[in-house]
Design a protein around this ligand. Structure first.
Ligand code: BGP
Length: 478
């Protein structure tokens, strides 16, 4: 039995370009869909205002100015002992409108320098090709991923960067949390596939088409990437949210199964290289007429991923709507989310469930039999510096301690192969769901507030030294 983490296990932190880089409109960068989200004054007030730019207020536009601070920031990660670092390439830094033939050299040069800086510290870059950063013009001019033309634009972009960084980057992820759009909520649809739904169009059908187009694009990129450099490891990235059945009532098991199929449809295609039967039947039942060709099906079959990248933040519990006798109301159960009394939540209502992490890792491995890479996990919290300016974030240490202990069990006792772990944030960055700075994830505090005020100075929190110890001992101290 394996007793320790493999020597090759990668430890690091993760960010996304649009939440950290800032410099949203310099050196030829075009606007991405993330750049047109606006932040409201309260956590809940953030909404999508297409085309309405609030340059001054939107913290993404400045992020933590990683664009100009990356040298200092990578030095801190190196000091913490990180052996890998996950970030994304902002697509619109390379192709400002998404449909150009020639890339923007200044954008390419920025990532050349960034990856060189990683290599200087022997930090392995893990690169997401699209982390909610579809060029805005592709939404405006093409209607987003419901349009097949985006497959070619994405492939051209991926080919350009994979070729350029072929000797600097080995680990790639195609679309961040591609499966979030299964929820159908506005923010997820917008950020995952930038679809413009025209009046009269069936939203669900459009989302299915856009998702399929993205899956085809991803498979094409896997094939192409392996040609560019056979050593590339190209993964998908899914939000891994296990759905617990609320009770041992059999109908709740069906609810959990159905909810899981909806969420894991994306990784089913990424890994098995075909559209699952349950999806085909569902599309037929709903009379969807999705467009895909025989070549697309071949592409899906050939372009299966090398590993599964995942984020894990929470578990959810589901129950089937039933009549008063507890019998299912229909074969296709209506599913409702229910509160899980066994888990606590953070200040934003996200369930904190370390044991669920072990469960999730096992679930994915059983379903796919592929190595996993945990590329996001962490806790958003309000951090308040004490009188001396120190941040004693024991709650964060405790969160990571508990989650990493479960990861260790999953790996060493349950036999789940895991390639590495990147804690979300590393630095405090702009929160995706709130658009604010005060939901902080980092081991490194960044002096900036929701209004964009602050010196941007970086400061180590108490958790910095804790994570360093974990990395240096290669997980032994857990
Ligand atoms: C994931 C996203 C990240 C990130 C994280 C935390 O869904 O991939 O971009 O932000 O969630 O979410 P938030 O920042 O909303 O707390």
């Amino acid at each position: 039995m394996k007793k320790q983490f493999d020597k090759s296990f990668l430890w690091g932190t993760a960010i996304a370009a649009h939440q950290a880089e800032g410099a949203w409109d310099i050196a030829g960068k075009g606007m991405s869909i993330a750049d047109v989200l606006t932040a409201g004054t309260s956590k809940k007030a953030r909404e999508i205002t297409e085309g309405l730019l609030s340059h001054k207020n939107y913290p993404n536009h400045e992020g933590i100015d990683f664009y100009h601070h990356y040298k200092e920031d990578l030095a801190l990660l190196a000091e913490m002992g990180c052996t890998c670092f996950r970030t994304s390439i902002a697509w619109s830094r390379i192709f400002p409108n998404g449909d150009e033939t020639q890339p923007n050299e200044a954008g390419l040069k920025f990532y050349d320098d960034l990856f060189d800086e990683c290599r200087k510290y022997q930090i392995e870059p893990i690169v997401t090709l699209c982390h909610f950063e579809i060029p805005y013009a592709l939404y405006n001019n093409y209607g987003g991923f419901k349009n097949r033309k985006l497959i070619d634009f994405f492939v051209h972009y991926a080919k350009t960067v994979m070729h350029r960084y072929r000797d600097k980057v080995q680990y790639w992820l195609t679309f961040n949390e591609i499966n979030n759009q299964c929820t159908g909520d506005k923010l997820s649809l917008w950020t995952n596939s930038a679809v413009k739904i025209a009046p009269g169009e069936n939203k669900e059908e459009i989302v299915a088409q856009a998702s399929l187009n993205e899956l085809i694009a991803s498979a094409k990129v896997v094939c192409l990437g392996h040609k560019i450099n056979p050593k590339f490891k190209i993964g998908c990235m899914i939000a891994c949210v296990p759905f617990y059945p609320y009770s041992c009532n059999p109908i709740d098991q069906i609810a959990s199964l159905k909810a899981s199929n909806k969420r894991f449809f994306y990784s089913d295609v990424h890994v098995h290289g075909k559209i699952p039967e349950y999806a085909l039947l569902e599309w037929e039942k709903k009379s969807f007429t999705l467009t895909y060709t025989k070549e697309d099906l071949d592409t899906l079959r050939q372009g299966t991923v090398d590993y599964i990248g995942l984020s894990y933040y929470m578990s959810l519990a589901v129950s089937a709507l039933s009549d008063c006798e507890g019998t299912l109301l229909s074969k296709d159960p209506l599913i409702k989310m229910v509160k899980n009394p066994f888990v606590k939540t953070n200040d934003w209502g996200w369930q904190i469930d370390p044991v669920g992490f072990r469960y999730a890792l096992n679930y994915l491995y059983q379903r796919y039999q592929l190595p996993l890479f945990v590329v996001e996990n962490g806790i958003g919290a309000y951090d308040t510096p004490d009188e001396d300016g120190k941040i004693n974030d024991d709650y964060r240490i405790s969160y990571f301690e508990q989650h990493l202990a479960q990861l260790k069990i999953a790996m060493l006792e349950d036999g789940v192969p895991i390639l590495g772990y990147t804690a979300w944030g590393g630095f405090d960055i702009v929160s995706f769901s709130t658009g604010e700075m005060e939901k902080r994830y980092g081991f490194i505090y960044v002096d900036k507030d929701n209004q964009g005020r602050g010196t941007l100075k970086r400061r180590k929190k108490k958790s910095f030294d804790w994570y360093k110890k974990v990395i240096v001992s290669n997980g032994e101290c857990l």
